[in-house]
Design a protein around this ligand. Structure first.
Ligand code: IMP
Length: 211
């Protein structure tokens, strides 16, 4: 049986960008969200071997520490020609200085080394795993992806992370060239295009009721 989210929810992130985006997604459902950072909760180590496992680690830790239901996500970029790398290590590839141009350059070098110069050999997808955990141990989990192709050089200055190198299938502009509403917005405002928006729609179907 799926469980609905009611009342207060902890957003298990210390990342202000993700927090803002999650608050925007939850607002239409009347959910009051407080962040793990605002509650002073420690950040658990992401020791899982999948996006879903890491989302669960973050959500369960925040639910146990706060006594409230907690919502976490884990996401990343998987490149087919690199056997799914950087995958769950997407943030790590940018290093402590969060240099995503360096991370995109590393991917491009590896693609060139493998002769992946045509679009059909440069397929990639973003994944978003979401988990809501309750203090009594119940969890709800969903995962979604958006497929695309990696372009070089990167295009656009919007978004974050690997956005400028990612051209979603069926579109002419990279995520770095799209507005946040185009990339993440849910219908009727946006296309619900991104992995996170798609995962959120799945979660809303099972756990949320519009006001
Ligand atoms: P997380 O905080 O462990 O989920 O790390 C996710 C990492 O994946 C981010 O730091 C980005 O590098 C990458 N990533 C996830 N979603 C996106 C996106 O929508 N655009 C660009 N990069 C993303």
């Amino acid at each position: 049986m799926h469980r609905r989210i009611t009342g207060q929810l902890v957003i298990a992130t210390h990342n202000p960008g993700k927090l803002a985006e999650m608050r925007e997604l939850l607002a239409p459902y009347g959910i009051a969200a407080i962040s793990a950072g605002e509650l002073g909760l420690a950040e658990p180590e992401e020791t899982g071997d999948s996006f879903q496992a890491n989302a669960r680690i973050k959500a369960v830790a925040a639910a146990n520490a706060s006594g409230l239901p907690a919502f976490a996500d884990d996401s990343g970029l998987c490149v087919d020609a690199l056997d799914g790398a950087p995958g769950i290590h997407s943030a790590r590839w940018a290093g402590p200085s969060k240099d995503f141009l360096a991370a995109m350059t590393r991917i491009e070098r590896l693609l060139q080394e493998r002769g992946a110069t045509t679009p059909d050999k440069r397929k990639a997808h973003f994944v978003s795993a979401l988990c809501v955990a309750w203090p009594d141990g119940h969890v709800e989990e969903v995962e979604a992806r958006v497929d695309g192709t990696l372009v070089w050089p990167p295009r656009g200055t919007a978004g974050f992370g690997y956005d400028p190198a990612f051209l979603p299938d069926g579109h002419q502009r990279t995520f770095g060239e799209m507005t946040s509403i185009e990339k993440h917005g849910l219908p009727p405002l946006g296309l619900g295009l991104s992995h996170r928006a798609r995962a959120f729609v799945k979660l809303a179907e099972i756990c949320l009721e519009p006001r």
